[in-house]
Design a protein around this ligand. Structure first.
Ligand code: NAD
Ligand code: UDP
Length: 314
């Protein structure tokens, strides 16, 4: 049945792909964004659709005046790439905390089910590998990543406290590094950096020795996990969604260079503070409750992403 769905951060990378998917499935979409790291161009092609509404609003401000009545809320609003969330760390923490509170207040008022986009960053620089949802993490509370990591951890706390205290219907996903079309070429995260650098023939910037690992999920796979989590009643989460394939940054750079005909050279730069050494999701819960696992291998997803960035940076 068609639902009225609020998507905060709807003009960003994940939000715009999710808006398109849920609109195509026949729902009414309220796409809310303040365009801090997102762009109107990401949803330009949806603007004329009668069931799509773009709302220019900051999630740190209450939603009362927006007069929204919705069935579901996906809270995605938050800068997500380290250079962007570290630019104004106080704003990042405010967004992570007040954004969740304002969404939860709306959920409490309307009875909507609320989905929170949490992150593998709640595990910090993990001492357990791969990371299951039962692992409480290893996070520095005062480092340069803390505004995001701790903000997202408090986000989860608020979700569970509103659930226990006010009976709000919640779902929490912990997202591992995701890439694909509509990423901002200047986003600053590793997949977009390496592809854009290779396409432009610029140096590939490896931070540290490049032996740190990450697991990269293609956007369509991730969104399938979101929708499955939101539309089942077995678990409120948190549930990890990510691709368990694990690669070093050197391996990623080599893959990108092999796919793009490029003269780019690898260059080595200092590792940013608190950069996690390894990351890989344990997706046992997602398999059990959502019957979900990623289908797109890194090689295939990179082909899609490269095709997108070729047209995006023309
Ligand atoms: P993104 O930067 O492309 O999108 C974030 C969107 O939120 C942007 O459109 C931005 O303008 C908007 N926004 C930021 N602050 C806001 C505010 N105060 N009010 C209203 N809008 C605001 O990043 P993304 O990759 O699409 O990430 C979306 C969500 O998923 C974020 O919450 C992020 O923490 C989470 N996440 C993403 C990844 C990933 O790999 N892409 C991994 C873990 C978690
Ligand atoms: N990284 C890199 N070169 C870049 C951007 C990032 O080597 O141009 C590294 C970064 O230090 C980290 C990994 O790639 O170890 C993933 O970084 P990203 O910003 O994509 O996400 P994170 O998982 O660290 O939040």
């Amino acid at each position: 049945m068609a639902k009225k769905i609020l998507i905060t951060g709807g003009a960003g990378f994940l939000g715009s792909n999710l808006s398109e998917r849920l609109l195509t499935e026949g729902n009414k979409i309220y796409c809310l964004d303040n365009f801090y790291t997102g762009f109107k161009r990401n949803v330009e092609h949806l603007l004329d659709h009668p069931d799509f509404e773009l709302i220019d609003h900051d999630v740190t401000e209450p939603f009362d005046k927006l007069d929204l009545d919705v069935d579901q809320i996906y809270n995605l609003a938050c800068p997500a790439s380290p250079p962007h969330y570290q630019e104004d760390p106080v704003f990042t923490t405010r967004t992570a905390i007040f954004g969740v509170i304002n969404c939860l207040e709306l959920a409490k008022k309307t009875g909507a089910r609320m989905f929170q986009a949490s992150t593998s960053e709640v595990y910090g620089d993990p001492l357990v590998h791969p990371q299951p949802e039962t692992y409480w993490g290893s996070v520095n509370p005062i480092g340069i990543r803390s505004c995001y990591d701790e903000g997202k951890r408090v986000g989860e706390t608020l979700m569970f406290d509103y659930h226990r205290q006010h009976g709000v219907d919640i779902r929490i996903v912990r997202i591992f590094n995701t890439y694909g079309p509509r990423m901002n070429p200047e986003d600053g995260r590793v997949v977009s950096n390496f592809i854009v650098q290779a396409l432009k023939g610029e140096d590939i910037t490896i931070y540290g020795d490049g032996k740190q690992t990450r697991s990269f999920c293609y956007v369509d796979d991730l969104l399938e996990g979101f929708v499955r989590l939101m539309n089942q009643d077995e678990t409120v989460g948190p549930v990890n969604c990510g691709n368990p394939g694990e690669f070093t940054m050197l391996e990623l750079a080599e893959k990108v260079l092999a796919k793009v005909d490029s003269n780019s050279k690898l260059t080595f730069h200092p590792l940013p503070g608190d950069d996690p050494k390894q990351r890989k999701p344990d997706i046992t819960l997602a398999k059990k409750y959502l019957d979900w696992e990623p289908k797109v291998a890194l090689d295939d997803g990179l082909d899609q992403a490269i095709a997108y960035f070729k047209s995006a940076i023309k």
